[in-house]
Design a protein around this ligand. Sequence first.
Ligand code: MG
Ligand code: MG
Length: 257
Amino acid sequence: MLRLKTSEEIAILKENAILVSKTLAEVGKLIEPGVTTKKLNDVAEQFIRDNGAVPGFLNYGGFPYTLCISVNDVVVHGFPSNYTLKDGDIVSVDCGTIYKGFYGDSAYTFPVGNIDEETAKLLKVTKESLSLGAQKAVAGNRIGDIGNAIQKYVEQFGFSVVREMVGHGIGKNLHESPEVPNYGKPGHGKKLADGMVICIEPMINAGKKDIYLAPDGWSVCTVDRKKSAHFEWMVAVHNGAPEVLTTFDYIETLNKF
Ligand code: MG
Ligand code: MG
């Protein structure tokens, strides 16, 4: 289902995006060696509820938590647990909300303590690729223009794009049409139109692109056990141009990452 959004609906999606952005910053405040990932989940759930919203992922398709928390070689959809974060880890936190009948969905990969140089580059390049992809969310462009911008950028650093997992449209449903792959050919795929709201979410592996599903039935991991990064924004095509609804400013003004 591809449903174009009105300006009023985009405004509500933005409220969701801002709440997710703030929730990710609340989580960011707690990120340090020794904290359990379950603690991050519980703080996020409380914060979302305190703001009059509902966790968007909890019970979605049977997912049992508020956050997807994916450490190191886990690409996405990891479970919060009693695992305590270690110095040198990276942790992807993916968060969803439901507010005023619409969804929010964004993700950030946090470094824990001191990370090695190659891992720092993975985070930086993945985040930059998201921004480059978002710049292509212009009316008249095609979905392939977004994926190509991401793929071309990250591959020059020797990193690889996960193929099986992709971004998506968002609205009254968490996952709407179109799919938004993080790879592709310029000029290919669905045409972008005013009123489309999409989640662009590069999942970028430090090593090879191959992934497997862990026995828990949810956690997606790299086959070569190398680290993977994931950043996600909600982006509207609004008045012909990309409007990024999510902001990482709340995280970045913590001056911690
Ligand atoms: Mg997400
Ligand atoms: Mg998403």
